[in-house]
Ligand binder design. Structure first.
Ligand code: HDE
Length: 715
């Protein structure tokens, strides 16, 4: 076990106590100390007054100058301090994850809210109210570690729960289905989506020949591409995404009786995505948009929360269900198996060190406590091999479980010994079992009643390389997804396919994809073909005809599940000298009441002099804060400053983009000529609201619809 620092979690919380409570949670904001961090259990704080030492502990006299023969002479090999420092620096990086390289993590707490002992013996579900430490890492899939946050991509949603019976990892995504049915295809999928090996581009995107070439020959991937082309793949924030375990797992109770289970994370903040035209601009304006958002929310005390919900079903449901529950390209509609909420996850602490925690965290689908078990999903079975295996490449040693972020919080007792970077010092002579020195057996022993028991599933079959015929329907759920969307969302899906396929240089790739889309929905195929300016081909040959009788499911749409509140969202307020201080204050109060954030944007970051003579520092300069960074905007310039503002292209873009992105726009009388300069003066609609002191609250409330979709514009 790693040595626990004497610093407890409470230290971090205590540090926040002096801060004002969060408007959202009422909890004290946990602003991490820039020097010592947030007070995590395992960190080594930098302290003032210490003597700088080498890694060997030798006190150093000078860290600015290497040892040389004379002030202008050559550097001496003898300089152990310099050699050690450069040696360590040279080896600071470890291989990035082969997928999900770009990610962001945070600590949290999981609280059990249901007693599930009837279906699982897992201790974590034995007692409502029990709390379990958690760590979560969100990620994109295809891009490198240094890529941008708003790629059109699946998001990883990996949760580590440090249970009393060992770590339980739910290594999920924000999309409930996957591209492939068998793990053996994963290297091909990933090779196809990542940059081409010869030219090393395109990076962090799927809009290229290789990806769509692969998909066009892999019809099982079509359903997932519907999700990937939907707004799910361009989330506004990690906080506003759902998470899914994807596979069917098993619960096993104390009597050895098993049920099937699927895991869902549902954000209490509601769902929200951005538009594609925003995503590409956000990537330029703030490549760290998602990580900054999560850091800001947690450190301000606006703690994101998700409910863990389960879909539990038995063998007889599995047999009757239209699709195979072992097929990860299919979901089980909530209408058929309702979601039961069993716990709540709260992210309550940012990391102290990105490398030590987020980079070194090692998730694995094979990490399950007694009571959670696997199904025979061939994708899951393959993953159980891959996640353990990959850690050796990344973390370099089988002892990665000793790293603080990976170490179980329960006792660990085994006879695994030695290996690189062994940090434990097991004492005594016995490193095997059974043993009987001195007469009595000593050391840990496996225990059939307390220990993990695999579900005794009867298995019988010839050894074959074959896919069950029950996996063969590739289009029906894709169609169900499409018809479950609002017209706005359907339009976005059509446009996303059009954009992605327009980037394919090989015409046959586009044609093959259109042939598949025809099997999903005629409107979809027709829309994409029109967007590409290509004729529709014959429909692709299908192993099974597409079912048209599956009913739409509202749960699959984002807009049908919108939060209806501006809480947790951000308003960008454009200010200049002379801006009305009272209106600003009224808006600030209304936002704070709602639990939302205000950010000021001004011509210069040094600030503005408001109408009441007070000087206000700006959060952002207009040239560095396009409106894509905000959920809604308010134009509150002072009358005298407007001509200069209206001549500035970044200010005009601020307004015209907000309009094109269907955002709510608050404005005052003075901003009229800015609206005109931005080309929207004659287009003002019900999403553009005059804001005064008395209408501030109504405006903020209106922003709760998040977007004014009725505005019939195309960005
Ligand atoms: Fe992963 N996946 N995956 N994956 N995956 C990895 O493990 C793999 C799949 C997911 O934040 C790797 O530690 C195979 C589905 C997440 O650290 C690797 C297959 C789902 C993360 C790996 C899949 C996921 C990973 C790379 C097909 C959603 C990031 C580094 C059988 C349910 C975890 C690592 C983090 C990471 C293999 C398919 C989610 C190589 C072989 C399906 C969220 O082991």
């Amino acid at each position: 076990m790693p040595k626990k620092s004497t610093k407890s979690r409470a230290t971090g919380a205590a540090k926040g106590e002096g801060k004002s409570p969060s408007p959202v949670t009422g909890q004290p904001a946990k602003q991490p100390d820039p020097i010592v961090g947030s007070g995590g259990e395992h960190h080594q704080p930098v302290q003032g007054g210490q003597v700088l030492t080498s890694a060997q502990g030798a006190p150093l006299s000078d860290d600015q100058n290497s040892l040389r023969a004379g002030e202008r002479g050559p550097t001496l090999l003898e300089d152990f301090a310099m050699r050690e420092k450069i040696f360590h620096f040279d080896h600071e990086r470890i291989p990035e994850r082969v997928v999900h390289a770009r990610g962001y993590g945070a600590h949290g707490t999981f609280e059990t809210t249901a007693d599930l002992s009837a279906v699982t013996r897992a201790a974590i579900f034995a007692k409502p109210g029990a709390k379990t430490e958690a760590f979560v890492r969100f990620s994109t899939v295809a891009g490198a570690k240094g890529s941008f946050d708003l790629a059109r991509d699946v998001r990883g949603f990996a949760v580590k729960l440090y249970t009393t019976e060992g770590n339980w990892d739910i290594v999920g995504n924000n999309i409930p289905v996957f591209f492939i049915q068998d793990a053996i295809k994963f290297p091909d999928l990933v090779h196809a989506v990542k940059e081409a090996p010869d030219r090393a581009f395109p990076q962090a995107q799927s809009a290229h020949d290789s990806f769509w070439d692969f998909v066009s020959f892999t019809p099982e991937a079509i359903h997932m591409t519907l999700w990937q082309m939907s707004d799910r793949a361009i989330p506004r924030s990690f906080r506003f995404m759902e998470g899914f375990g994807v596979h069917t797992f098993r619960f096993v109770n104390a009597d050895g009786v098993s049920s099937f289970v699927k895991f869902h994370w549902r954000p209490l903040q509601g769902l929200q995505s951005v538009l594609w035209n925003e995503a590409v601009k956000i990537n330029g304006a703030d490549p760290d948009f998602h990580r900054r958002d999560l850091w800001a929310a947690i450190t301000s005390g606006d703690l994101p929360q998700w409910d863990l919900a389960v879909q539990v079903f038995d063998e007889s449901f599995a047999e009757e269900f239209d699709f195979d529950v072992l097929d990860a390209t299919k979901l089980i509609p909530e209408e058929l198996v309702p979601l039961q909420v069993v716990g709540r996850l709260t992210l309550d602490r940012v990391v102290d060190n990105d490398f030590a925690e987020t980079e070194q965290v090692a998730f694995g689908t094979g990490n399950v406590p007694p009571g959670i078990d696997f199904s025979d999903d061939p994708l899951l079975q393959g993953r159980n091999f891959s996640y353990l295996d990959t850690q050796l490449s990344r973390l370099g040693t089988t002892n990665f479980t000793q790293l603080p972020i990976n170490a179980p919080r329960c006792p660990v007792a085994h006879f695994q010994r030695d290996g690189q970077m062994q940090t434990e010092v097991p004492t005594g002579r016995i490193n095997y079992e059974p043993n009987g020195f001195g007469g009595a057996e000593r050391g840990p022993r496996a225990d059939p009643s307390a220990g993990f028991q695999s579900y005794q599933e009867p298995v019988d079959g010839a050894k074959v390389r074959a896919r069950s015929a029950t996996f063969a329907d590739h289009y029906s759920q894709a169609r169900q997804f499409y018809i479950s969307q609002t017209p706005v969302e359907q339009d976005h899906i059509v446009k996303a396919y059009t954009f992605e396929l327009s980037k394919c240089e090989i015409p046959q790739v586009r044609t093959r994809m259109l042939a598949h889309l025809l099997n999903v929905h005629e409107d979809l195929a027709t829309g994409v073909a029109a967007g590409l300016g290509m004729p529709l081909p014959e429909a692709a040959a299908a192993a099974m005809p597409t079912r048209t009788d599956l009913p739409p499911s509202d749960a699959l749409s984002i807009l049908k599940k919108g939060p209806g509140s501006f809480a947790g969202r951000k308003l960008g307020v454009l200010l200049t000298d002379g801006s009305d201080a009272a209106v600003l204050q009224a808006v600030r109060e209304a936002l704070s009441e709602m639990g939302a954030v205000l950010e000021t944007v001004a011509p210069v970051v040094g600030g503005v002099t408001l109408s009441d003579g007070s000087v206000l520092m700006a959060d952002q300069m207009i040239d560095g804060a396009p409106s894509v960074l905000y959920d809604a905007v308010l134009l509150l310039p002072g009358a005298k400053a407007v001509p200069e503002l209206a001549a500035r292209s970044t200010a005009k873009d601020f307004v015209s983009d907000a309009f094109a992105h269907h955002k709510f726009i608050g404005h005052n009388a003075a901003s009229r000529s800015l609206l005109e300069a931005a080309g929207v003066g004659d287009l003002l609609d019900a999403g553009c609201v005059k804001v005064t002191r008395s209408t501030a609250t109504a405006f903020v409330k209106k922003c709760g619809a998040l977007r004014f979709w009725e505005r019939g514009v195309q960005p």
